[in-house]
Design a protein around this ligand. Structure first.
Ligand code: HEM
Length: 396
């Protein structure tokens, strides 16, 4: 059977996608003849596409998806560095990277650990493990929102708004999801514009919020457009949301299925860091991303034509044996792990430390709770998505 775009999207939420991905890796870079979409899957192909300046994060003629144009959701989308190349990307990306690096790992761990404890206490149920899905999804929003300066009392509402906002960004979202997402975007913009005004007046803060730091970093670059700052602050939450939730859920599943790894984590909590890094590579939360050719370009000897779409299969490249020996083996002690799960090149994710610390806090919390791991090991379903692989525990 020919390797197709449709199968590559289905693989994201398939029970066992990695044999299919191995075929894609062997093919390296190919074009689906049905629809003209390119599939880049070997490590060399993924690296080359993500390094190609003519392969952009958005189609040239549609910087904002049609369904979002003219709405508050479109306003946020339009300003995200993630969705821009050129002047809309750099140097603001630097402001973002500096902001996220301004908090050290210990401080992040302490802060998100508190949220993990509170959320677990609020949501826990021994009967229905659906609470674990909610825990994984809410943790990243609580962690990022409170670090951005959202008052504790507003965190539950922001978690709901984020759920609605992210749902409307997905290609193929329903009319209702679009409407709810746009309303959520309006409320998020209003909240963050207010917070930015307050943060700007708060020069004496000893432990500044990420929003305040981002505004300071933006000012250093001469960028004081409030909407750019606010949109990217909201982007911290939307980008952290499903990806970090999936990292939490997928790590939990590895622990549930592997008693030896569980024992090692119990004996040495630091071992969990290696486990999380290996889950990122071995069962990537973000399985693919996309690029759109702005002009004809050559990638690994192929001509990608202006207007072509490239599906960049990060999860397949992570298992390329040319980059990671014994790539299918789950090894938390792996040396020189090479991983595309946070992307590569100019759009490399600046939130890696936050993602890893939030996942660590969440899993440490769960490991201290009375969970039936044999039940969790039976989890077979995934959250519906074309790019996020997040295992669900409802119904286990
Ligand atoms: C497990 C969790 C996460 C994963 C797997 C992940 C993955 C990624 C990937 C693959 C990209 C690059 C997309 C592309 O090049 O097409 C990216 C970009 C980005 N991520 Fe993350 N991310 C995670 C968590 C976070 C967190 C916690 C934050 C914020 C605190 C964050 C902020 C961003 C931003 C701002 C970008 C855009 C960077 C740019 O365009 O230059 N991410 N992320």
């Amino acid at each position: 059977m020919p390797l197709s775009y449709v199968d590559a999207i289905a693989a994201v939420t398939a029970t066992a996608p990695y044999a299919y991905y191995a075929e894609l890796v062997a093919a390296s870079l190919l074009q689906d003849k049905e629809n003209g979409i390119w599939l880049a899957a070997s490590a060399a192909a993924v690296e080359a596409v993500l390094a190609e300046p003519l392969c952009r994060v958005r189609p040239v003629h549609e910087p904002v998806p049609k369904a979002l144009q003219g709405s508050d959701a479109g306003t946020i989308f339009r300003h995200l560095v993630r969705m821009n190349d050129g002047a809309g990307h750099c140097p603001f990306k630097q402001a973002i990277a500096h902001t996220l690096q301004s908090v050290n790992a210990e401080h992040i761990a302490q802060r998100v650990g508190q949220h993990a404890r509170q959320l677990a206490a609020e949501l826990y149920s021994p009967v229905d493990y659906a609470w674990l899905d909610q825990f994984a999804l809410q943790m990243p929003v609580y962690g990022m929102a409170s670090a951005l300066g959202v008052p504790e009392a507003d965190l539950p509402e922001v978690a709901v708004l984020m759920q609605d906002f992210v749902a409307c960004l997905a290609a193929g979202s329903s009319a209702l999801q679009l409407e709810q997402g746009k309303q959520a975007a309006a409320r998020l913009l209003a909240l963050f514009r207010r917070l930015l005004e307050q943060a700007s007046a708060d020069y004496t803060a000893s432990s500044p919020s990420l929003l305040f730091t981002l505004a300071q970093q933006a000012a250093l670059l001469g960028r004081v457009d409030a909407d750019v700052i606010v949109a990217n602050a909201i982007g911290f939450m939307s980008q952290a949301y499903e990806a970090t939730a999936a990292l939490i859920a997928n790590t939990l599943h590895v622990l549930a299925c592997n008693e030896t790894v569980r024992r090692q984590v119990a004996a040495d909590p630091a071992f969990l860091h290696g486990c999380i890094a290996e889950v990122l590579r071995w069962d990537a939360p973000v399985q693919n991303t996309r690029r759109f050719a702005a002009e004809d370009c050559r990638v690994l000897g192929h001509t990608v034509r202006a207007g072509d779409t490239v599906l960049v299969v990060l999860a397949a490249a992570n298992r390329d044996p040319a980059w990671n020996p014994q790539a299918d083996v789950f090894d938390p002690r792996r040396r020189q792990r090479r991983c595309f799960s946070f992307g590569s090149g100019v759009h490399l994710c600046p939130g890696q430390q936050w993602a890893a610390q939030m996942a660590h806090a969440a899993i440490s919390q769960l490991c201290g709770m009375p969970l039936d791991f044999s039940r969790l090991a039976k989890a077979r379903s995934f959250r519906a998505s074309a790019n996020i692989r997040m295992r669900l525990y409802a119904g286990t």
